[in-house]
Design a binder for this molecule. Structure first.
Ligand code: BTN
Length: 326
């Protein structure tokens, strides 16, 4: 690790405490001048560093710069996040993750400050401007069976909702299957892509892509998008550190994935789900299905009672554009 990265790690470990130039020099095994140069290098990269005479340096709390060191310092997961790659810009972290997946260890996380071709479900796009959101993809080399695959996205939804609530006062709801809402506005989208080993009837690689609108998107989302989508800051007034949020998502998801097969997380999912109990419409292929959403079954499918009294179970793969009927 170079001096700049070691310094960043030292700041991350120190949290809100100041560290003196001489303590840093000793800890890093370099001269005070080298510490000073590394501080300047970090400032050039966009980090705000506070310095107070006789106390030393610390990273300003309102930093909005994504970094591997700042994320890693807060990760305490057993499988996920052992390797974290932070990119300034990429077309899509899911695309990047799929390309590198074979060479990367299980649980590798790809994070980007900006996506130029952020992807949503069903071929839609996910607007991903610089400095505003957390766009991350987690590479899994899953050990669980193919039947467990549909549970991954819903477990990720619960894990992400809990991560946001751990760092803010938000009350996060889930709209089946993978959208998170605050105050009736979409804040998070999740896109899981998987490849299957047909011979073994097992999942080969799964990539969980999570996009969270963190900072204010006022003036950035167009009028149409602003009616449906928003950000944590716009809905709660709170500014969350994207590095801390990324680590929280990793920790929470790690815990849920380790016990996904017992399906206990579904209780949490159901308590947050927005469609349940409402009359909804869903597009299933070219058909529009209308009925009462009865709830989520043990495979994370949406059960719906249609107008002629038939109960159908919709899978996330087939159902699209679920809306509460007005
Ligand atoms: C949706 O709302 O339909 C899903 C949106 C998923 C967006 C995330 S952002 C990180 C990852 N990379 C992508 O291109 N998409 C996912």
């Amino acid at each position: 690790m170079n001096v700049r990265d070691s310094l960043l790690k030292a700041f991350a470990d120190a949290g809100s405490n100041y560290i003196s130039g001489s303590a840093l020099a000793e800890q890093l095994g370099v001269s005070r001048n080298a510490v000073w140069k590394a501080v300047k290098a970090l400032e050039n990269d966009g980090y705000t560093i506070e310095s107070v005479t006789a106390r030393g340096y610390r990273l300003a709390e309102n930093n909005n710069h994504l970094s591997e060191q700042l994320i890693s310092a807060k990760v305490n997961a057993s499988v996920l996040g052992k390797q974290i790659i932070v990119l300034d810009e990429v077309d899509s972290t899911n695309n990047y993750a799929k390309i590198v997946s074979k060479d990367m260890p299980n649980g590798t996380v790809i994070v980007a400050d900006k996506q130029t071709g952020g992807k949503g479900r069903m071929g839609r796009s996910f607007v991903s401007p610089s400095g505003k959101g957390l766009y991350m993809s987690i590479i899994l080399h899953p050990e669980f069976s193919i039947n467990t695959a549909p549970l991954i996205t819903s477990a990720a939804a619960v894990a992400t909702a809990e991560a946001i609530e751990a760092l803010s006062k938000a009350d996060v709801k889930i709209k089946w299957v993978n959208d998170l809402y605050i105050n009736g506005k979409k804040i998070v989208g999740i896109l899981t892509e998987a490849s299957v080993d047909m011979e073994m009837r097992a999942l080969d690689i799964a990539v969980i892509g999570i996009g969270i609108n963190v900072r204010s998107v006022k003036g950035i989302f167009d009028e149409e998008l602003s009616k449906r989508a928003s950000s944590i800051e716009d809905e709660t007034g709170e500014i969350i550190d994207r590095n801390a949020l990324c680590a929280e998502v990793i920790n929470s998801l790690d815990s849920y994935l380790s016990k996904i097969e017992n399906r206990a997380y579904l209780r949490e999912y159901r308590s947050r789900e927005l469609l349940t109990g409402n009359i909804i419409t869903a597009k299933v292929g070219s058909e529009t299905v209308t009925g009462k959403a009865l709830g989520i079954d043990r495979n994370a499918n949406l059960m719906i009672e249609t107008e002629n009294g038939i109960v159908r179970s919709l899978s996330s793969g087939e159902a699209n554009l679920c809306r509460i009927k007005e």
